[in-house]
Design a protein around this ligand. Structure first.
Ligand SMILES: [Zn+2]
Length: 270
């Protein structure tokens, strides 16, 4: 809300929260008071090409460590806040930069980031970038990230980062999972963990029983210790889990002869 000042400024005073134009008696509760000024100045600004870049933008930098590149890559996505301070305030991506010590991918990364930034600035729905990029496969093969998520290519990983960023600023949302579905996955997971713990305990008990037991038990303990370490480092699913074709995560376990994904709940038996 711009106000053109025609005369010389001779003095000023700071407007306190409770000395606003409306009298305090006219506002029965604080909720109304907060909404009222926002509504009066609500002129929604949409993203378009002619919006000039402010001097300062806020953003986030994500680190990618991929076996396909020697050095880590740092992806910075800067956002612009539109219609700031009103109920229509929205935060949108404005530009993307990728930095890395390795130069092998330099030219296509420069091209890709410039085109992506241009798409961001065009406005409209930019979320299609995520699906397009995540669908890119490297013919030389992809790789697994910590947590067991399969990345079919470096471009796909960039797509996953854009997705994460758009989720963090509220432009994308996870598909709604019903509480029942969530509870079912939790239940299956508990069941699976209980069973594998029982199996591990049985193995240790058997090893400790025999005369050769001491040695075997030590090995058993070492082995299970390693499993825990792997789990602690981001892989929250059993090490033996296989790939889920629905959510690309190594989280499928076989229970009662039925393949079940402990991440998204997908099951072969329905
Ligand atoms: Zn899944």
């Amino acid at each position: 809300m711009a106000v053109r000042i025609q005369k010389k400024i001779t003095g000023y005073s700071v407007v306190a929260a409770d000395s606003a134009d409306a009298t305090p008696q006219a506002r029965p509760d604080a909720g109304d008071a907060r909404e009222a000024p926002a509504r009066s100045s609500a002129e929604v600004i949409q993203m378009h090409e002619r919006i000039e870049r402010p001097e300062v933008l806020i953003g986030s930098t994500y680190k990618i460590k991929s076996p396909l590149v020697e050095h880590a890559m740092y992806v910075t996505i800067n956002d612009i806040v539109l219609t700031a301070g009103t109920e229509h305030e929205s935060r949108r991506p404005f530009e993307i930069f990728i930095n890395s010590k390795s130069m092998d991918h330099f030219q296509w990364i420069v091209a890709l980031t410039r085109i992506m930034s241009a798409v961001f600035r065009k406005g409209g729905d930019v979320t299609f970038l995520v699906e397009e990029m995540k669908a890119v496969f490297d013919p030389r093969g992809g790789y697994f990230k910590a947590g067991g998520v399969y990345m079919p290519s470096l471009v796909a990983e960039l797509g996953a980062i854009v997705e994460e960023h758009l989720k963090s600023i509220g432009m994308l949302h996870d598909p709604e999972m019903s509480p029942e579905q969530r509870a079912l996955i939790e239940e299956k997971r508990r069941l699976y963990e209980a069973r594998s713990k029982k199996n591990a305990d049985a193995a240790v008990a058997a090893a400790e029983a025999g005369p050769v037991g001491a040695l075997l038990a030590d090995q058993g303990r070492d082995g299970s210790g390693e499993d825990v370490a792997v789990t602690g480092e981001g892989t929250s699913f059993p090490p033996s889990a296989t790939m889920c074709h629905k959510c690309s995560t190594k989280a499928v376990v076989v229970m009662d002869g039925c393949a079940t994904c402990l991440n998204c709940g997908y099951s072969k038996c329905g």
